[in-house]
Design a protein around this ligand. Sequence first.
Ligand code: NAI
Length: 317
Amino acid sequence: MSELRYDNQVVVITGAGAGLGRAYALFFASRGAKVVVNDLGGSGKGEGNDTKPADAVVSEIRSAGGVAVADHHSVTSGDLIIETAIKNFGRIDVLINNAGILRDVSFRNMAQRDWDLIMEVHVKGAYKCTRAAWPYFRKQKYGRVINTSSASGLFGNFGQTNYAAAKFALVGFTETVALEGKKYNIQANVLAPGAGSRLTATVMTPEVLAAMSPVYVVPLVAVLVHSSNTETGSIFEAAAGTFSKIRWERSKGALFRPDDSFTAGAVVRMWEEIGDFEKEKPEHPSGSADMIAKLEEAKKAPRGDGDKTLDFRGKVV
Ligand code: NAI
């Protein structure tokens, strides 16, 4: 089988001066793409800026014979980053929204700036870059987007209310741009990566850091943004060479007739059924349409027990 190539394509990677972004940049340049290496070059907490990280990656690519240009804007000025791609290469084919920072703190002690800066970089940053690339994608009927989420966003993580909220926002954002982009061959997927980088260096042992090189995440991204890909609106996890897909699971649940017997007591009585994923086969919903179909079924459901039922504490409800 021949290798995946990206010749004549322009790939914009945000936060490509280090970690995962740098690994993507080196890969796509080595496979024929012209790469915009964006990086603000600030601290892991989002303070300051520096042109060196992006410039160093561009030099690395050029010395290996590749084509790349540096961009030092913050992702919050995503329009300027896309402008760099258009000015230098005349097009954009792939956008990898990867730039990220952390401002971990318990929810109790979170300052307004901790919340705002995380939302700015992760959510507004991905929005601004995607919004600026969108007219080009639509016009050429081709576009590939990766938005970088996190296990924290999918499952929550202590000390990361700001980061988890931002990373989960990117899931809804991606699912929706995937729907709106389908007709124009614009595909968007979510990646929840795991890799040793400055963001994870303090929480990983040296052995784990070594086993989780960013290069082990690259192949999944390579497939998802390739012209042959058909997957869109999906969520993937990638770390240390393990790739998997995440999907929603809904319990079969309980149906209540929408009349006066549909009470809190009726809900308590059916609590186990509502949360059951074992006895009855769960569903894997991909939209709200199937929920609406249940309205007819509910009309035929047995009456609830109304106020004859007990609540969790044994009180009549
Ligand atoms: P990293 O710190 O090595 O790289 C992130 C890069 O983004 C840095 O070079 C930084 O200068 C740049 N950046 C930060 N704010 C920026 C801004 N406003 N504009 C432009 N560039 C900016 O971190 P890593 O680990 O490579 O992270 C990449 C992405 O993956 C981030 O979105 C992160 O949240 C996400 N992620 C990483 C995980 C991991 O295990 N490393 C786990 C889950 C998610």
